[in-house]
Design a protein around this ligand. Sequence first.
Ligand SMILES: Cc1ncc(COP(=O)(O)O)c(C=O)c1O
Length: 401
Amino acid sequence: MMPNIKTANPVNSFIPLSVPVIQGNEWTYVKECLDTGWVSSAGKYVQKFEETMCSYVGTKQAVACINGTSALHISLLLAGVGAGDEVIVPTVTFIAPVNAVRYVGAQPVFMDCDDYLNMDVQKLKDFFTEECLSRKGMLINKKTKKQIKAIIPVHIFGHPVDMEPLMILAKQYNLFVIEDATESLGSYYRQGKYSGKMTGSIADVGCLSFNGNKIITAGGGGMIVTNNKTWAEKAKYLTTQAKDDEVQYIHHEVGYNYRLTNVASAIGLAQMEKLEAFIATKRTNFELYKNLLSGVPGLSFIEEPAYGFSNYWFYSLVVDKKDFGLSNLELMEDLSKEKIQTRPIWYLNHLQKPYKKQQAYKIQKAKKYFERVLNLPCSVDLAAEDIKRVVESIKSLGNKK
Ligand SMILES: Cc1ncc(COP(=O)(O)O)c(C=O)c1O
């Protein structure tokens, strides 16, 4: 049985930031899992979900994982990152990729963001040139004397990272690149070497997430995508407890219970059938917000770069208090009184308690955007009336104080 398709939130009802829309074959596929008893990882939906993702993202291999964080953890193991190594991560991101660096015993080095909130690739280049030494094919951080082994660019809120110069740097310095495409499923490049290629398919490996707030959900879940068969096989091995003998349970390595279940994969597969429609709606709704808010002093949006197509997972409003009259947090509080949920970007990772002693390179834009960005409601089932209500509230709150 399917729920009623939601129409506009009635006046004064709560408008959430981002909730999943489950209106397709989810019930049918999950029922089949339950009817047949194939609920764990061995069922057919795991493989179907992986195959569907391969053909969508354009990679040869995909390994479904229990969540996006475990996909990142395993990817770092594939990269051979371990104790004593360093990994370049953005300071503007959900903390999961930063924590994954610690899971393997390595240390993060934090990079600033550009005007799309993504890792600033020019600063990355400056950091390698000014602060590092290239020795015997290894990149050594002059300050810490540690080897930098990998970079984790994150396609923030769906907008593609400038991967072309980033991949040139990675090749030059012999670095493994893990693309965190957890927020950008369906985003791709329109210009340059990677024109037509999806985010997640450019680097050595890509990681996806199907958490409930993502553009599609499996009720949780993640995936590693890559063109490298050896790495995919290794990822599958490590995510299923590194089992070397199925009968006697012999293990030659430390493994993890990180494989996605059949039930979750069934939901993910059904959601994949809606992905293109979801992206179209995300983009239409973004345009509506943008048009309705254009001309309001002190307000602008983070938009997709010219070189890339964004899935517009989140709508990041940039609030300039000087001209708008309220800061991003003040606007958030006032909107919440009107039952409209919004959120600032994550607290900067280089300032988080477990990471504040780590190296951070010339963080400037991240501070500016942290103080200004407010993400607006962006669920796929938002009706035009909902968006108009959010916009009218924002307009009525501006320039009063
Ligand atoms: C940038 C980023 N990386 C990693 C993750 C982790 O994914 P998961 O929640 O599926 O572990 C998320 C989202 O949750 C994310 O936004």
